[in-house]
Design a protein around this ligand. Structure first.
Ligand code: PMP
Length: 409
């Protein structure tokens, strides 16, 4: 496994650099954004150098080539997540926009006072705030599935929380703080039993494990390119076809219409109905290259590798005195570990780790309600990806000991 990782590391030029202190980079902030392999950087460079043009409109060579590459990327993404058809892959700016799209279109068309939307205490702000905004406008009720002390969803509460009033159940596939991989099959089955639709936030799952949106029976599924080796500025909303067909458009403008007169307009077919204006073309092509890259490595390998690193990190970090890991044991989590260190503010942890070249994230990780649940304002988070090694975990642990020494003085 280690040899394979060494080869993979060579695909990521940024991993060769040092940070301000002169230490080699140990990049453990992958849950915030991943690094990009040469294949992705080259695919985007190639588009701008050789066939840069707008898509869908022109009949000239460059536009046809750009359209073929952009739509080819959509096909690749559809295969990657096992969508029945690429029409059901809507390009957005990312997970956040995908969830807002569902809120503004499906939500406005289907939610009214008396209805309930169920989310969880473990959600990223991207899966909380859009529902709060819409609740304030439409007057439905927003409820939260509580999280246990161990960082699992408290499923015992579902009997009470999930009822015929529940129209939509939104939950994160893999948490960006406690790391928990939620039992999607059970959650979807429970939602189906009361006739609720489900929206799954896959921002932290699709980059790290094989995902089959049909097997999960997701009504809506959202994720971002930049966390899966692709560029920023593009992401995906997958939806069931009948739902997407019935939904009103999100934004109005070019490309999303079939016909416009002074009196009114008719909408384009899927996926274009939801893609107003010139899309992020280079980014879409880059996302396609990222999917190719991850598939060439194999998502099962990625998951197995991260499990190995996470198990090792969990054990080694547990040895550090005063270090508290948020969330369940390594078997129930994805490749990230959020933690606190007694007597040291998470921002100080991150700043001191940077001196040793270690990049981690500190703050509430856009999950303030979850931190409030644990009675802490913030945490530090180490998050792993396919190019990380156990040797890097050793650097992290050593840097954590050094941090403690600094604060013991
Ligand atoms: N949901 C989860 C679980 C996330 O981790 C993130 C990114 N931190 C998001 C949603 C939002 O993703 P983006 O900022 O790419 O829209």
């Amino acid at each position: 496994m280690q040899d394979r990782t060494e080869l993979i590391r060579q695909d990521f030029p940024i991993l060769q650099r040092t940070v301000a202190s002169g230490a080699p980079l140990v990049y453990l902030d992958n849950a915030a954004s991943s690094q990009k392999p040469v294949a992705v950087i080259q695919a985007m460079d190639d588009y701008y150098r050789r066939y840069n043009a707008n898509v869908h409109r022109g009949v000239h060579t460059l536009s046809e080539e750009a359209t073929a590459a952009f739509e080819g990327a959509r096909e690749k993404v559809a295969r990657f997540i096992h969508a029945p058809h690429s029409r059901q892959v809507i390009f957005t700016r990312g997970t956040t926009e995908s969830i807002n799209l569902v809120a503004h279109t499906w939500g406005r068309a289907n939610l009214r006072p008396g209805d309930e939307v169920l989310i969880t205490e473990m959600e990223h702000h991207a899966n909380i705030v859009p529902w709060q905004i819409l609740r304030d406008q439409l007057g439905f009720t927003l409820r939260y599935v509580p999280v246990t002390d161990q960082g699992l969803l408290d499923l015992d509460t579902l009997d009470e929380l999930l009822t015929e009033r529940t129209k939509l159940f939104c939950f994160v596939h893999a948490s960006n703080v406690v790391g928990t991989i939620n039992p999607v099959d059970e959650l979807v089955a429970r939602a189906r039993a009361v006739g609720a639709r489900v929206l799954i936030d896959g921002a932290q799952s699709v980059p790290h494990m094989a995902v089959d949106v049909q097997a999960l029976d997701a009504d809506f599924f959202a994720f971002s390119s930049h966390k899966l080796c692709g560029p920023t500025g593009i992401g995906v909303l997958y939806g069931k076809r009948d739902l997407l067909e019935a939904m009103p458009p999100f934004m109005g403008g070019g490309d999303m219409i079939r016909e416009v007169t002074m009196a009114g307009s008719k909408w384009n077919s899927l996926p274009y109905k939801f893609e107003a204006g010139t899309p992020a073309i280079a980014e879409g092509i880059g996302l396609g290259a990222a999917v190719d890259y991850l598939q060439s490595v194999g998502m099962d390998w990625v998951r197995a590798h991260e499990q190995e690193i996470t198990r090792y990190a969990y054990d080694r970090m547990s040895e550090v005195e005063g270090l508290r890991i948020l969330g369940p044991g390594p078997e129930q989590r994805g490749g990230l570990i959020a933690f606190t260190l007694e007597g040291v503010h998470p921002h100080d942890i991150a700043a001191l780790l940077d001196r040793s070249g270690v990049a981690v994230r500190a703050g509430h990780h856009c999950a303030a309600p979850l931190h409030a649940r644990y009675g802490i304002p913030a945490s530090a988070r180490a998050s792993f990806y396919l190019y990380n090694t156990t040797a890097e975990v050793d650097v992290l642990v050593e840097a954590l000991h050094k941090t403690q020494e600094v604060f013991a003085l």
